[in-house]
Design a protein around this ligand. Structure first.
Ligand SMILES: *Cc1c(COP(=O)(O)O)cnc(C)c1O
Length: 358
């Protein structure tokens, strides 16, 4: 069976036992040297001044929004087709998510953002979904014109190079990363981080993630507890060295799929050299049959995702508008294996099996 994502094989490429052993022997398991080093290295990698580690990707988003302290009932514009965590970060702060449709490359449509702006809009929260960068120039222009904050959900976008010089996480007011094990850079459990060039925001988030503590036993805000532990930091420091290589290999596989998959029943994604292919999405009206067919031929696939947020019970209140583009994506999307552990032979086999499906 070709696995959709073989996490064991991915992690076996690294000497993680040493990283874990060093941490064990250090006797310090939270807020130690590894966290300090990881925050420094991740800030440098993302080309930002500040990085604050935290417990997971959802917390990273929540902390950014909390730090802005928007008035109650403020609206934040977000893509209808993003993963539900992006939207939860808004409603968990007591604010209102306003969903808008994506462009054909799955990222939020700037024209739709403009149409959705009201007097209550305070921010735009964008997701670089599947590893496709959002149209940040246009989005930042809209935000500047309407005096809105812009936040990037980078959970599927570790290390995208934007305009040849910048990286995701540095493209607006703040970026949120998840290091969930299956992300392009994944820990051995939960982990997250916030990146920003805004010192005031960074200082506040640093306090908020640690109970709102300004200095020992002095509490400035009603904060929360969201920490990345030393072991995850040690693991991420080791795996970070291979991130660009991982992304490069994914790009080669995506190109090979796009150049060679030829089946009239299948629609391929747009090739974008900037994309880091967290997911390689194809579209098929008979998605579930195709998934079963591939499985029977020994190929595991995934769906990102089967039911859109506005059609979930949790978000009944959002089920008042239809989002045809989002629904089409959710109804037809199938994700093919796309990561550095796949062999040429396996990729060729996947292509052949898809091309012979009738
Ligand atoms: C994974 C993911 C998150 C949440 O990250 P966690 O670490 O699981 O909390 C948020 N947004 C997107 C787009 C994701 O893919």
């Amino acid at each position: 069976m070709i696995k959709y994502l073989d996490l064991k094989a991915i992690n076996n490429k690294f000497n993680l036992s040493n990283a874990i052993k060093d941490t064990l022997d250090s006797g310090c398991y939270l807020f130690g040297k590894k966290i300090e080093e990881f925050e420094k290295e991740w800030a440098k990698y993302c080309k930002v001044k500040y990085c604050i580690s935290c417990g997971n990707g959802l917390n990273a988003l929540e902390l950014i929004i909390k730090a802005f302290d928007f008035p109650k009932e403020s609206e934040i514009i977000v893509a209808a087709n993003t993963y539900i965590a992006t939207i939860l970060a808004i409603s968990n702060n007591g604010l209102i998510p306003v969903l808008v449709e994506p462009k054909t490359n799955y990222t939020i449509d700037p024209d739709e953002i403009e149409k959705a702006i009201t007097d209550n809009t305070k921010a735009i929260l964008v997701t670089h979904l599947y590893g496709y960068p959002c149209d940040m120039d246009k989005i930042n222009d809209i935000a500047a014109f309407h005096n809105l904050k812009v936040i990037e959900d980078c959970a599927q976008a570790h290390g995208i190079i934007y305009k040849g010089i910048k990286r995701t996480g540095s493209l607006c007011d703040a970026g949120a990363f998840s290091f969930y094990p299956s992300k392009n850079l994944g820990a051995l459990g939960d982990a997250g981080a916030i990146t920003t060039n805004n010192k005031e925001l960074a200082d506040k988030i640093r306090k908020l993630r640690n109970y709102g503590m300004a200095s020992k036993n002095i509490f400035e805000y009603k904060g929360t507890n969201s920490r990345m532990d030393e072991i995850q930091a040690a693991v991420l420091l080791e795996k970070m060295k291979d991130l660009d290589n991982e992304n490069k290999k994914r790009k080669l596989i995506a190109k090979k799929y796009i150049d060679n998959i030829k089946n009239p029943k299948i629609q391929l994604p747009e090739f974008d050299t900037k994309c880091i292919w967290h997911v390689f999405p194809i579209h098929c009206e008979q998605r579930n049959e195709l998934k079963q067919y591939l499985y029977d031929k020994g190929i595991e696939t995934a769906i990102h995702y089967p039911i859109p947020p506005h059609l979930q019970k949790a978000y009944e209140e959002l089920n008042i508008k239809i989002y045809p583009k989002t629904e089409w994506i959710y109804n037809t999307e199938l994700s093919l294996p796309c990561n550095s552990t796949l062999t040429d032979e396996e990729i060729n086999y996947i292509i052949k099996v898809i091309n012979t499906w009738i």
